[in-house]
Design a protein around this ligand. Sequence first.
Ligand code: DC
Length: 209
Amino acid sequence: MTVIAIDGPAASGKGTLARRLAQHFDYAYLDTGSLYRAVALEAHRTDGDAIKAARNVGKLNLTDPEIKSESTGGMASKISAVAEVRAALLDFQRDFAAHPPGNKAGAVLDGRDIGTVICPDADVKIFISADVETRAKRRFLEEFGAEGSDADYQAILAELIQRDERDMTRRNSPLKAATNAHLLDTTNSDIEAVFEQALKLISDKMTTT
Ligand code: DC
């Protein structure tokens, strides 16, 4: 079983990279942020109990279109600081890595604590980042396309700054690079270049183990 862990801040490009790698190697892919997002959305729409929602994560809809919005991301960041929520999602993520659906030979997981907490023994760990302004621009284009105003961009930038701060300073499993993670900065690189860099890292690693 091969496990590739990709961590990084919001809108760093980790989802795009993880999806591409999973496709390339025919591995299963888990966007762990979507678990926190689905839990936050469920709690928001029902009784506000994020712990209960996290304990039922298997039943949540991970493809709800509202999941992708930056406001859901903000709610997810808040509930993700709750120790019981993280604990409830731990087994689901580890189980995915140990037994990737579809009998795949490997799994790619992306998130904040994959290399540090969820899969500390992952075969390859990548920590991907970019300037917050670059990430805000990407998220703005994703969410608003050509329709967005400068106020929309500024709101997203402010949200991301706040989210980075919350994700990096929380007590439980804060966002940080594992000591043995490879660091990739995507500020000035397009996805193709980042993908090629990651492929090289992974094949170097596979041939030396
Ligand atoms: O990666 P994302 O933007 O979809 O994640 C949404 C929020 O979920 C993020 O701000 C913090 C939380 N999260 C987490 O705490 N741990 C993870 N492994 C993934 C996401």
